[in-house]
Design a protein around this ligand. Structure first.
Ligand code: PEP
Length: 253
């Protein structure tokens, strides 16, 4: 069975102390979440170490929000995948639309980041998704296909087996507008089909998360769809009760 994952992207929010409190709040609610759900939090770099430490002994996994495209050296302000992995962090979000849009991340950069992630045994949560005008003009399928082909198709079968994909329509991120569950299912199934063109049956084992204003009110419907394997959650991951309630969208085991 495919893994179910609920990952919280804290973005540039919380101080280190607040981050540790948030982690503790989520940990306190974990007994309300089905054991079948893998819970992940992605704090800012400044508190990765403290949150990773606080997460020890809980079932919560920790992710970075980004990593450098290079291994080490004269790259002021960058944080390498090796540094991240050395903290006991297991995941890294790559290709978030905010990084593509505000920091000019291209497929070329993301291919390098993927290499770094895998060399350091980090599991990439690779984000793809179309902008509003692309959805309106009906090119959203082509956009996600290109984002998959230009990066994911360069992975080996072994690397692919560890990948997590997050489909995040840009028009739904932080806007309060959510894709309907049917829209999410339609494009998740399409993405899985594209993955299968290259990786065959293995595409059925890859978790494809939905991201974009997912919240306690819509998570259950989104997660009820066969190709929606969880969520990448922004705003609603900043309050422990909301984040736990989103994960409860999978119901009880
Ligand atoms: C995100 O940034 O990954 C995200 C899904 O944000 P939000 O849930 O706030 O739309």
């Amino acid at each position: 069975m495919r893994e179910k994952i609920v990952a919280g992207n804290w973005k540039m929010n919380t101080t280190p102390a607040q981050g540790v409190e948030l982690l503790k709040g989520v940990a306190a609610g974990m007994n309300e979440v089905c054991d079948c759900v893998t819970m992940v939090v992605a704090p800012p770099f400044t508190h990765l170490s403290m949150v990773a430490e606080a997460a020890k002994g809980t079932n919560i996994h920790v992710s970075a929000q980004n990593c450098a495209a290079e291994a080490k050296g004269a790259y002021t302000g960058e944080v390498s995948a090796h540094m991240i992995a050395s903290l006991g962090v297991e995941y890294v979000i790559l290709g978030h639309s905010e990084r593509r849009e505000y920091y000019g991340e291209t497929s070329e950069t993301l291919n390098k980041k993927m290499v770094q992630a895998y060399e350091n045994n980090l599991i990439p949560i690779y984000c793809i998704g179309e902008k509003l005008e692309e959805r309106k003009s009906g090119t959203h399928f082509d956009v996600v296909r290109q984002q998959v082909e230009e990066v994911v198709f360069n992975l080996s079968a072994d690397q692919f087996a560890k990948l997590v994909i997050a489909y995040e329509p840009v028009w739904a991120i932080g806007t309060g507008k959510t894709a309907t569950a049917d829209q999410a299912q339609e494009i998740h199934a399409y993405i899985r089909g594209v993955l299968a063109e290259k990786f065959g049956e293995a595409a059925n084992d890859i978790a494809i998360l939905y991201g974009g204003s997912a919240n306690p009110g819509n998570a259950a419907e989104l997660f009820s769809k066969p190709d929606v394997d969880g969520g990448l959650i922004g705003d609603a991951s900043l309050k422990p009760d909301d984040f736990i309630a989103v994960a409860q969208g999978f119901g009880k085991c």
